[in-house]
Design a protein around this ligand. Structure first.
Ligand SMILES: *Cc1c(COP(=O)(O)O)cnc(C)c1O
Length: 234
């Protein structure tokens, strides 16, 4: 299994480097998050042994269980929809929450972060393609939400995240990645106090090369590292 993960990581690395070269970017400007949801701890440990330190999970309970059982220098990224009543379980365990999509959720994160005396880095999730099935604020709402969150204590807005539509041809998502980048640049130009926009979390296994070309700083890759997910085993 470790050989398979190694092979997939090598293949991903080659593609990431090529996308960086095509777009004139430094390799270090793109960080790879190994999306390990539904995968057993043994596979995460293998990826860790191969050098992965950023892992993405989308369920609170699963993240907490894996956090307890794996090395403490892992940076855990919460990438799934987060319910307010579960925030307290993860504020002191996550490196970044990618899925903040309301002021009420941000307020809860802030409140729990104050209690535990930690500062939580977050991204605002934007539904750029305006899909009914997706979480995230609209492009129009994003700047105001960033501005409101920036006023809360113990929470830092570091950038934006989007989950692009599921498509066969990744080129179809290029405009959505470009749009997220544009919203990000517009927010930077507002120079809002306490906002340090530096991260764009966009691109998954099927479309991360296009996302890199459009400016992604975090790509979230699951299948492309760990193989297909079989939800019934969990
Ligand atoms: C599952 C998931 C991913 C990874 O998806 P793959 O297509 O397997 O790379 C990325 N981002 C989010 C938010 C996810 O839920």
């Amino acid at each position: 299994m470790k050989d398979r993960i190694q092979e997939k990581l090598n293949a991903a690395e080659t593609k990431i480097e090529a996308a960086c070269r095509r777009s004139g970017r430094e390799r270090q400007s793109v960080k790879l998050i190994a999306v390990s949801k539904t995968k057993p701890v043994s596979m995460l440990q293998e990826a860790y042994d191969l050098g992965c330190r950023d892992f993405g999970e989308n369920k609170v309970q699963e993240l907490v269980e894996k956090y307890d059982r794996l090395p403490k220098d892992i940076r855990w990224h919460m990438i799934g929809h987060l319910q307010r009543n579960k925030v307290k379980y993860i504020v002191d365990k996550v490196y970044m929450i990618h899925s903040v999509d309301s002021l009420r959720l941000a307020e809860e994160i802030s409140k729990e972060a104050v209690k535990k005396n930690v500062t939580v880095s977050v991204l605002v999730e934007v539904n750029v393609a305006d899909e009914a099935s997706k979480f995230g604020v609209s492009a129009a709402e994003a700047p105001a939400l960033v501005e409101q969150i920036a006023k809360l204590p113990h929470i830092l807005v570091k950038g934006l995240m989007t989950i692009a539509p599921y498509v066969d041809d990744p080129e179809e998502n290029r405009l959505y990645f470009a749009k997220l980048k544009q919203i990000y640049v517009d927010i930077i130009h507002k120079s809002i106090d306490n906002v340090c926009m530096e991260e764009l979390s966009m691109g998954m296994t099927g479309d991360y090369e296009v996302a890199i070309e459009e400016g992604a700083t975090y790509i979230r890759v699951g299948t492309g590292i760990f193989g297909e997910r079989r939800y019934e085993v969990l």
